[in-house]
Structures are given as C-alpha cells and as structure tokens.
Design a protein around this ligand. Sequence first.
Ligand code: RP5
Length: 164
Amino acid sequence: MSQPMIGIIMGSQSDMRIMSAAAEVLDDLGVAYELTIVSAHRTPHRMVNYAEAARSKGLKAIIAGAGGAAHLPGMVASLTTLPVIGVPVKSSNSIDGWDSILSILQMPGGVPVATVALDGAKNAGILAAQIVGAFDEGVAQNLTDYKVAMREKVEASIRAIEDQ
Ligand code: RP5
C-alpha cells in the first residue's frame, strides 16, 4: 500500500456518511489517503498529536470534517503548516448547517481553512487531489481525465435534450 498523501479526519463516526465521498473521489483519482476520527472537543490531545505529526509522516494536505460547533478544521490549521480543507457537515446537533459553515469559514487572518460547501466532501477530495497534482504528474493527468469525463457527460446530455 502506498504512503498516504492526504489525511481525512472527522469529528465523529456519524460524519462518515458525508466524509466517505472524499475518500471515494481520492480512490478514483489515484491519491493514497488515511482516514480516522479526531474530535476537537472529545479527543483534544489526539487532535494536537495528529496535526503536529501530519507533515513529518508525509501528508501533503488534511481534509477535516465536522458538524455543529465545528472547531476541528480551524484548530488543526492552527497546529500545522499543511493546507487544511474544511468540510462543514450538517449533523444531528446542527441547527441548519450554518453553525458548522461559519465555524469553519470565519477563520482569523493568518490561519486559513479552505472551506467547501455544506456536506461538500467530494469537492474537498478533488481539491486535495489538485494540491497533490501540483507536483505529481500522474495525479494531474487523472484530474485532466476527470474533467474530460465531466465535460463529455454534459455534452451527452446536451445532445440528448437537443435531439428530442
Ligand atoms: C461534531 O458533532 C461531529 O463532527 C459531528 O458532526 C457532530 C455530532 O457528533 P455525534 O454526536 O454524532 O458523535 O463534533
């Protein structure tokens, strides 16, 4: 098994129904990842240890998903120089998702988190692959193929609708 380039972490097992989309697209794009649960509030020391060890174990970016008072992405970003991609999760303890979005999005200057849409784990995976694709030609080619497939799918629906 190849060395993970991306760390996917989430605040709870209940986030997995959303966060699995990041893993699936990284599989499709040929990017090795590791995936685990790290809770900012319930395992704070584990969060610090994970973030501080991430670069030295070879990760190139971290995808962090959380719901409600979603402090995990921002706190991890405060502890590492790796890019952190935040996924706001509409969780059972969320009012309507805005709590999670704003907790992840509204970072202070100096500590960025690349925040994707609510439940946007798929885009988080693609963005992480694009970070890897900036220096890995194989992954860059997979991303090109992915875009071509998206374009061809839309072109097929255009033909289908125009030929009706
Ligand atoms: C957050 O609280 C987690 O990221 C999850 O989205 C939410 C609910 O967690 P559980 O009560 O399902 O463990 O910290």
